[in-house]
Design a protein around this ligand. Sequence first.
Ligand code: UTP
Length: 289
Amino acid sequence: MTSLSAVIPVAGLGTRSLPASKSVPKEMLPVFDRPIIQYIVEEAVTSGAKNIVLVTSRGKSIIEDHFDIAPDLEATLKRANKNDLYKLVHDLSRMTAVQTVRQKEALGLGHAVWMAKNLIQTSPFGVMLGDDLVEAKVPGLQQLLEKSKSLKKDVSEIGVVMLTEVPDSEVSKYGICELDPKEPGRILRCIEKPKPSDTKSRSAILGRYLLPRDIFEILEKQKPGNLGEIQLTDALNVLAEQGRLYGCYLQGLRFDAGDRLGFLRANLHYYLKSPLKSDVQNLLKEFMA
Ligand code: UTP
């Protein structure tokens, strides 16, 4: 492996966030002081990713703009001696280079990842969902890298997915993994959005993956499902059958910002971590009364 690459698919329709996401991509909705996507790109960068590929779609170009240089804004802030704001805007646009590729139709997460194939040369590479926030001492993607290295396998040949335990009521919202009782961490199979009675496992996949580069060939061979979608879970199952898929339980917090309550939880969390903490606590008391 040379330097790490990360693919961030942001081409979904975001129906759970409508109407807010009709003309503003859900990834650009703010959580505290920055759009959701900025947290994810920051996590990629602090995990060591040098090459970041956004899989975008029509109407999502403001996501690229967010990481681009804004010369007028920078010049105005500088002239006005607004040095803190200038630094914030300056550093954001120099944080990393972002490449993009378009997914012309929302044909599923597997298809979105496959779209990045020509821009990814490293194995393994990261996949980070554009609406899943991970807040942890060790950045989420880095946790996967560390797990991968600890397995004493060829890291370029295996996949590692981030897992968390979910209650019965949440099982049908996730890809659920069944783990090998004989080999710690090894995943035997993944089931996409099962009923709680379909599996004993409660280990759900979160939006972080470390995948071997040959996942692109696996995705290429896959047949689309009922809705014409290519599911990433099906490709993960090929890795699992070949004994090349492992799980890593998240050490930290995770927020599904593509879901209304998850979005509120994320906002509350980051507001309560900010200098506005006591004001927010007072506001909450006021509302509770
Ligand atoms: P979601 O399952 O959250 O789907 O996708 P969605 O369309 O974004 O949102 P809802 O469920 O309709 O509200 C998980 C991630 O995969 C991306 C999304 O942008 C999101 O980051 N995705 C999904 C694609 O890039 N392309 C697709 O075809 C599907």
